[in-house]
Ligand binder design. Structure first.
Ligand SMILES: Nc1ncnc2c1ncn2[C@@H]1O[C@H](COP(=O)(O)OP(=O)(O)OP(=O)(O)O)[C@@H](O)[C@H]1O
Ligand SMILES: Nc1ccn([C@H]2C[C@H](O)[C@@H](COP(=O)(O)O)O2)c(=O)n1
Length: 224
């Protein structure tokens, strides 16, 4: 019997397989470019799932060109210093943590012109935890493919709703998610992480985007 309460890459592969099937169907009926938001709490496996889905659908492409373009949500991180962060209300934190205006401009440009240009947060900068908000000097550029997959926590937020065709929530047991975060972040994942990031994620998934606000919940089957 499968155990869904332990960290196992097959669980992300299973979720990716399910999403791939749904997106394949959508691609056969939707008008390109179709915009999909892959949302879920930090560490739930969104990036891993998005990569598997895109690799699978792109490999199937008869014409040889990419079918799915993945845009990584953490490129839009704009959190700032802990001092500034602590002064904000939960709503202000949610509004600031990711630059949804930049995401909006990018998606709109992809839909209107077929091309999008933006600058990513520089996670390698010494200044990542300051109010300076370091951005990489060289811009990113992408062209619209039949499907654009914006992955990242808050990607299904109401401020982007008119540009998004399908809102997907990745839902895995919290204990597994915490193990995945611990694996990725190592020592950086501790009590500070919970107080700094989990508070707004909890607020967002309870008050702003509860499960019923999504078009698709990507969850592992109930055990039994
Ligand atoms: N099913 C899995 N089994 C084991 N490790 C996994 C699984 N899915 C993801 N991981 C690992 O867990 C970590 C978090 O996964 P990933 O980065 O895909 O999540 P995420 O939801 O995109 O996270 P964040 O939102 O914080 O960026 C990564 O180190 C990834 O390699
Ligand atoms: N080093 C850090 C610090 C903070 N985060 C936060 C920001 C989001 O709440 C979340 C990740 O967002 P996603 O990658 O899902 O778009 O965690 C972080 O990721 N890393």
């Amino acid at each position: 019997m499968e155990n869904y309460n332990v960290m196992d890459i097959r669980n992300s592969q299973y979720l990716a397989h399910r999403l791939t099937g749904d997106l394949r169907s959508l691609l056969s009926v939707g008008t390109a470019p179709i915009v999909v938001a892959l949302d879920g709490p930090s560490g739930s496996g969104k990036s891993t799932i998005a990569t598997i889905v895109a690799d699978t659908l792109n490999a199937e492409s008869m014409a040889g060109g990419a079918v799915v373009t993945v845009i990584e949500g953490d490129q839009f991180y704009r959190g700032g210093s802990a001092t500034t962060w602590d002064k904000w209300s939960v709503g202000e934190k949610m509004n600031h943590v990711m630059d949804w205006r930049c995401q909006r401009t990018l998606l709109k440009s992809l839909l209107d012109t077929g091309v999008g240009i933006w600058r990513s947060f520089d996670w390698d900068s010494e200044d990542w935890d300051t109010d300076m908000i370091p951005l990489k000097p060289e811009p990113n550029c992408c062209v619209a493919t039949p499907m654009v997959l914006l992955e990242g926590v808050y990607s299904a937020r109401p401020q982007l709703a008119d540009l998004v065709d399908l809102r997907v929530l990745v839902k895995i047991p919290d204990a597994v998610r915490h193990d995945q975060l611990r694996q990725r972040e190592g020592g950086a994942y501790g009590s500070d992480w919970d107080s700094r990031w989990a508070e707004i994620e909890d607020y967002y998934f309870a008050e702003v985007m509860p499960e019923e606000a999504y078009d698709l919940i990507l969850a592992l089957p109930a055990e039994g």
